[in-house]
Ligand binder design. Sequence first.
Ligand SMILES: NC(=O)c1ccc[n+]([C@@H]2O[C@H](COP(=O)([O-])OP(=O)(O)OC[C@H]3O[C@@H](n4cnc5c(N)ncnc54)[C@H](OP(=O)(O)O)[C@@H]3O)[C@@H](O)[C@H]2O)c1
Length: 252
Amino acid sequence: MRLSGRTVLITGGATGIGLGLAEAFVKGGSTVIICGRRAQRLEEAKAKLPALHTRVCDVADADQRRDLIRWVTSEFPDFDVLVNNAGIQREVDLWAEGDWEARRQEITINLDAPIHLSTLAIPHLLQRPQAAIINVSSGLGFTPMARMPIYCATKAALHSFTMSLRRQLRGTSVEVIEVIPPMVDTELDQGARERRGQTYRGVSVEEFIAGILPGLERGDAEVAYGTAERGRQASRAEIDEIFERMNAGPVR
Ligand SMILES: NC(=O)c1ccc[n+]([C@@H]2O[C@H](COP(=O)([O-])OP(=O)(O)OC[C@H]3O[C@@H](n4cnc5c(N)ncnc54)[C@H](OP(=O)(O)O)[C@@H]3O)[C@@H](O)[C@H]2O)c1
């Protein structure tokens, strides 16, 4: 896909991978709108990249999703790329009943939101000569980490949804791309990582973005990097082997 001259909405674009993608699109000469829940993080991102447009939005809330797409399509009629990037990750002990409303948040943010935002954006995107929906899934959607069972399930579901979305939009102006990160050093699982005393932090955002840009520019339907690329290509037997290795330690 072309990174220049686009008008891009990135959910969760104030930090981590979303901000890295925002920077790549801004550098390419695109107009970029980012959204997130924390106004302060949006302001910090804008201080770093003054060309950004920002909007406070909680994508867990269906009404706020509707408002977001209404606002973007009226303020930025050239809007032609939706990046469903916002996500959260939790460790969940399935032996404990837990607070279901709190647990459901992961499904709402990681899966409901990209499905709903895609369907809200499609009528507008179909009017554009070239458009794209980019869904950010995870290598953990291919081989789950058992201590994050809901997160991994949402990402596996997002992979499946992205395949169906691509099929339904085949032959239209809307490309559908899945970006599949490996472990990247962001705030995503910072709390859990610190609790476990885990020192490996994954690849840097800069390395990850540099690693996926060629695939995006080439027009690949699925763009992965590092261990996520190996996981994406793995056979069923290899998935079982990777799963056992990844989950050798305590899982709850
Ligand atoms: N880092 C990794 O190792 C890794 C690996 C595979 C996949 N991914 C995926 O990459 C994506 C980006 O994550 P990241 O690693 O860059 O972590 P991050 O820095 O924590 O970014 C997540 C972003 O999503 C936003 N967000 C979360 N809930 C939201 C909500 N309800 N409404 C609007 N925005 C929301 C956050 O902002 P607010 O809190 O201000 O809302 C934050 O800016 C996620 O989908 C994640 O699952 C990450």
